[in-house]
Every structure is written in C-alpha cells, then in structure tokens.
Design a protein around this ligand. Structure first.
Ligand code: FAD
Length: 514
C-alpha cells in the first residue's frame, strides 16, 4: 500500500487558495506526519479578477477553514449578498407588468404544523398580486429597505437571514494566501512551464521556470481558463454547453460610488439586456458592473456601449475589461493523478454565481473522497467525475430556465433562447410536469443539486410560470391556516426591519471592530 503524502496545488487564484486552505485545514497539514499541502503560483500570470458574487455555501466553507469573519470582510473588502434581483427578465422595459423579481437565499417559511405555502400561493391565498418570494419570506421586504442579514452581535457567518458575500476577487485570494500559510501550506513562486508524464500517462513532475522541478502524489490544477495540466499535458477534453447557454463574453467596469456613504445593495442586481444581462454588485468602496453577452448576438463594441449606457456618466474615463469564456466542463475533471478545480475544470456563465460554489464543492469532494491508497486513484476519479458532471448538468438546467421562460421576443438572443433544441430534455420534462403540479423535493436528488427546490420555485414563479392547480384544489384544504401564515410573515418582517441594521452600517461597524 502506498499512502498519499503530498498534494501540490498549481495556481493561486480563488480556486487554488480556497482548495489548498480546505485541504490543509481538513487534513491538519501542520501536524507532523500528516499529508503535506503545497501551492505554486506565478505572480507573472494574473488572476481573472472577476468572480465577485458568491453562494451561501461560502459561509460554511469560510467557517470550515477557520477564517475570522471580520478579517475576511476587511481583507476582501466584502459585503453581504442576500439573493439576486432580476430586472427586465420577464418582459422588455416599458411593457406593462412587473419589471423585477427577487430570488432570496432564505427558504420559504415553514413553521411546524403549518402547511407548505406554495400551493396556497398558487391558489390565490396570498394578498392580491403579491409575488411568491414576498409572500413566503420576509427577506424580500428587508432587502427593499437595504437591511443587512445579521446583527453586529451574531456569531461569525451566522444571522437570521441566509446570505453569501460580494468581494473583490484579487483581495480575497490574498486573504486566503495569508491564512493558508498559517495553516501550514508551503507556497512556491514559479511559472509552471510543463508537466512531464510517466509511462502510465500520470504526471511524474512539473517543471517551473524559476525553481526547477516539483513532484507530488496528487496535482490539483487551478491554473484558470488555461487548464495548464489537465488540458495541456493530460489533454482531458472540454465538453462545451454553449448550445444551451449562449453567453461567452463579458465586459466589466469598476465603478466608484458617487459618495462615500452611498447605500450598498445587499443583493446582486441582474438586469436583462438585448443580448445577455448586466451584473451590478456593491462592494465597500466601488461597484463591480459587467455585461455578460453572447458573441453570436453582439459585438464587443456594442457590448461596451451597453454597459457604459447602464452606468451612465460615472462610466466616463473608466477602463473596460473584456473577458472570453465558454459554458462547459471537462467530463474528466480528475484524470490519473491530476484533478482540475475552478475554471481549469469548467465554468457555467456567471448568472447565479456558481463558479466559486463549484470550487467549494470540488474542495469538499477531494477532501472527503481522497484515496487512502494511491492505487485507488482511478476509482476515486470516477466517483468524483460522476458527481461533478451531475452538478454541472443540473446547474445548466437551472440557469437555462431563467432564459427560456422569458416572454421577451425583442431580440434574436431572447428568441433563440426559447428554441426547443437549446433546452435540455431534463429541463423540458420538469417544466412540462410543473404545468400541472408544483415542484416537489422528490423532483430533485438533493445530494447532486446546488440549487434547492426553493430556488427553482423562486425563479419559476418570479418568471411568471403558470402552474394550474385548480383541478387539484380539494387536495389543499388548509387555506385559512396558509393565509394566517402569509399574514404572520408580513408581521414578522415588520419586526425584523427594526431589528436588523442598515447594510453599509453593519459592514463598517464589523470592519472597525477587526
Ligand atoms: P484564476 O483566477 O484565473 O487563477 C489562476 C491562477 O493560476 C493564477 O494564480 C495564475 O497565476 C495561476 N497560473 C496560471 N497558469 C500558471 C502557470 N503556468 N504556472 C503557475 N501559475 C499559473 N464566480 C463566482 O462564484 N461568482 C461570480 O460572480 C463570478 N463571476 C464571473 C464572471 C466572469 C465573466 C467569469 C469569466 C467568471 C466568473 N466567475 C464567478 C468564476 C470565477 O471567476 C472563478 O470561478 C474563480 O475566480 C476561480 O478562478 P480560478 O482560480 O480557477 O482562476
């Protein structure tokens, strides 16, 4: 039997440092005799520098690696994110009807003994015209009033409202690098020039320009879109899903606030545009704004015009960063003794912020599936790959749902998104079923889903999807109890408004306390 003794992470972006920290903490790498975790990165190659919005799983990950929340807020210039507000997704601007809906991170209220609220909302039990997200959770009302998800005295990474964070990606990587070294990770600075393979096709060593050769039992490729090991030496193919999700370019701006005390949005705003959508993210000192678009439907010049138009006068003189990407993944994320994490393994366009969440998932899977014997590597790789592929495919379905349910027909981009050939059969089947009954947790394999049934429901009904429950009305006899719940949620939201601080005020207080 031969034990894994050393893991080498190649690349020092979010994926590299987050994976290394997770492994180092879980494997207690600083203790004598434990598995060593090392990381090599090249300062000559920058980070991608976007990736500013996260998913609530980040709280568990940051707590698991032992990073203090205030230190994180200060170092990564982080703010709180309580969900995503969708503007102009259902219909183009100017058409009658709601122009926005909210996907909150908090689950629909479900107190012991009270019925599940969705069917009663579908049957018209909520106050006239009230959106699903507003009827079933108080989070929508709280974000409308700019509230933070927690109070200053709440424990690290906990609070009454479910939340994630927005942060500056480069600052985040720097905080993790410092923290990771305190966990016992050895950091090398060097540009990896090539990987050399042994007779079995596994990586025997990597060769750097500055510090010579490095070897390990397991190599974690976190070299970003380059995929230097997994796509380079190992030639693990990339499976494109751009036939489903068309966006493949972004143009981003960093926009200063108009005044230092300007309110900070406690959510990501995603505004649909002619050929994609614009993210608008509030950090402590600036907003991160970017237009994600399809190059089949828009040129780069027009895209920059659109994003500058969105920002207005404040865009004058700001430098725009143009980025290329593609939705897809490597079915063999883990090949031989190399596993790809982050952009090296795959990416789903940024709607709903799954990039870093997929990094967290991969770090978790590697840690817990790590073979006790090097000879078990192939078996482990198969299990890991199966789980990653399943997640990717379900995420792709979820993201596609946002596009294909739109009633927009004002540009080729939106029309093309409703072409049946571009909608995976799995998604078509679910949508067909949900015309006649609401989504149920049995429609989901919880262990393989990033998005819980509540998220599907928030987006589905935010997009004004119609489920006809009328023929089943008699199966839902608790209308009065449900209506009491709807009233209770509104009342509790009123109390929470008094209890929770303003978003900027909380961030500034926690940073001062660091
Ligand atoms: P990178 O940040 O590119 O880091 C790669 C690292 O590898 C660098 O340290 C580099 O120096 C090193 N490296 C590369 N080659 C070598 C070499 N030969 N030798 C040594 N070192 C090397 N994710 C989210 O969760 N939320 C979002 O809102 C979000 N928005 C996004 C928007 C866009 C337009 C794009 C394209 C992505 C977005 N993502 C988002 C994804 C997110 O950016 C990435 O998942 C995350 O930053 C991880 O990137 P990475 O570490 O894999 O790659």
């Amino acid at each position: 039997m031969s034990r894994i003794q050393k893991i080498l992470v190649v690349g020092g972006g979010t994926a590299g440092w987050l994976t290394a920290c997770y492994l180092a903490k879980a494997l207690n790498t600083a203790a004598p005799g434990s598995i060593r975790v090392e990381l090599v990165e090249s300062p000559a190659i920058g980070l991608l520098g976007v990736g500013e919005a996260t998913f609530p799983s980040i709280r568990g990950t940051l707590a698991a690696i032992g990073l203090d929340e205030r230190r994180f807020l200060v170092g990564a210039t982080a703010t709180y994110k309580q969900g995503i507000q969708y503007v102009n997704w259902v219909r183009p601007p100017g058409e009658p009807g709601a122009d926005r809906f909210f996907h909150p991170f908090s689950l629909p209220s479900q107190r012991a003994g009270s019925p599940e609220l969705l069917p009663y909302w579908l049957l018209g039990g909520a106050p006239e015209g009230m959106a699903f997200a507003e009827a079933v959770t108080m989070q929508k009302r709280l974000i409308d009033h700019g509230r933070a998800p927690k109070r200053p005295g709440d424990p690290d990474y906990q609070g009454p409202m479910n939340h994630a964070y927005h942060f500056d990606a480069a600052c985040f990587a720097a905080v993790l690098a410092e923290h990771g070294q305190s966990l016992g990770i050895k950091r090398h600075l060097g540009m990896v020039e090539r990987a050399e393979l042994d007779a079995s096709g596994a990586i025997a060593r990597i060769v750097t320009r500055e510090i010579g050769e490095l070897t390990a039992d397991l190599y974690v490729d976190c070299t970003g879109l380059r995929g230097a090991l997994i796509g380079g030496a190992l030639q693990s193919p990339f499976h494109s899903r751009s036939d489903v999700l068309f966006a493949d370019r972004a143009v981003a701006l960093q926009v200063p606030y108009s005044r230092p005390d300007a309110p900070i949005l406690p959510f990501t705003r995603a505004t649909a545009q002619e050929s994609g959508w614009i993210w608008d993210i509030g950090l402590q000192k600036r907003r991160g704004i970017g237009y994600v678009y399809s190059s089949r439907h828009s040129g780069a010049t027009r895209a920059e015009e659109v994003v500058r138009g969105y920002v207005g006068d404040a865009a004058a003189g700001l430098e725009a960063l143009h980025i290329k990407f593609e939705t897809g993944y490597r079915p063999e994320h883990w090949h031989r003794n190399c596993v790809a994490v982050g952009l090296a393994g795959g990416f789903v366009e940024p709607l709903e912020s799954t990039g870093i969440a997929l990094v967290e998932l991969a770090a978790y899977l590697i840690t817990h599936l790590l073979p006790g014997d090097v000879d078990d590597m192939e078996r482990t790789a198969r299990r890991f790959n199966d789980m990653m592929i399943a997640r990717y495919e379900r995420i792709i379905d979820f993201i596609k749902m946002h596009y294909c349910l739109s009633q927009r027909r004002d540009s080729a981009f939106w029309i093309d998104n409703t072409a049946p050939a571009s909608i995976p059969q799995t998604l078509q089947d679910r949508l067909a079923l949900w015309r006649h009954r609401p989504p149920h947790r049995l429609d989901f394999v919880t262990d393989l889903e990033m998005f819980m049934p509540a998220s599907w429901q928030y987006v589905l009904y935010g997009m004004e999807f119609q489920t006809d429950l009328e023929p089943m009305r008699s199966a839902y006899p608790q209308m009065e109890a449900a209506q009491r719940e709807f009233a209770m949620i509104r009342q509790m939201a009123g109390h929470a408004l008094n209890d929770l601080p303003d978003h900027r005020a909380l961030v500034e207080q926690l940073c001062r306390e660091h």
